[in-house]
Design a protein around this ligand. Sequence first.
Ligand SMILES: Nc1ncnc2c1ncn2[C@@H]1O[C@H](COP(=O)(O)OP(=O)(O)OP(=O)(O)O)[C@@H](O)[C@H]1O
Length: 254
Amino acid sequence: MSTPTTQSPSPVQAPPVVVARGLTKTYDTGGSQVHALAGVDVEFHRGAFTAIMGPSGSGKSTLMHCLAGLDVPTSGTVHLGRTQITGMRDGELTLLRRDRIGFIFQSFNLLPMLTAEQNILLPSQIAKRKVDQARFDHIIDVVGLRQRLDHLPAKLSGGQQQRVAVARALLNAPEVVYADEPTGNLDSRSGAEVLAFLQNSARELQQTIVMVTHDPVAASYADRVVFLRDGSLVDEVLSPTAEVVSDHLLKLEA
Ligand SMILES: Nc1ncnc2c1ncn2[C@@H]1O[C@H](COP(=O)(O)OP(=O)(O)OP(=O)(O)O)[C@@H](O)[C@H]1O
């Protein structure tokens, strides 16, 4: 019998920041049931930028909302680090979202009467959290907002407003940032800037980012794309290109 060869160790992978197991979400709609999530197992690793894609109605928003503690799954578990967030009370979830998760929405969600700087600092003020000045300066310079800090949102372009929202989401170095169609309201040039910044944040700041998008070009900025169909995770692509992502989507929609 031959001696087994020594296996080389598998590449070290960062521990998962978010782990979902057996996630289901069922809606009762007047007698019939909709399985928005039909048993999803997925994990997201530190410093990884992941896009969630799939046909309309495949469960992308439901998955993100359940992962982020914005919605409660029918069954299954979600962990953020060592914390099981499924089963938490509303008040605990509010604090968890405030302290440990960053959010970026399609509609920017900036307060119109506050300057860019005040918008970026607001969550830290509400949480009575000391701001890391070096991180603030680094993020402001990377997103190119230094000259715009005292502007109100109405005086900023859509791309600049979204960069304010991105800076706000990243300032506290949250364990994970959830981005819901972050470039949906932007022209392609502004969208590319925001996506490049998200990509750099994952690479340089080890920021974990999970983004829902319909756009294969946006998804191509991610390290990994996971595909949903009918509430199930059916495929994934690493180091995606827009063409490969489009091909996968077309097959899922067929
Ligand atoms: N509150 C609700 N009540 C009933 N059904 C719902 C509800 N929310 C979502 N659904 C259904 O759950 C399924 C998944 O919806 P979800 O919004 O997560 O999909 P999606 O992939 O994000 O869609 P889109 O790309 O169109 O935004 C769909 O069939 C949707 O109609």
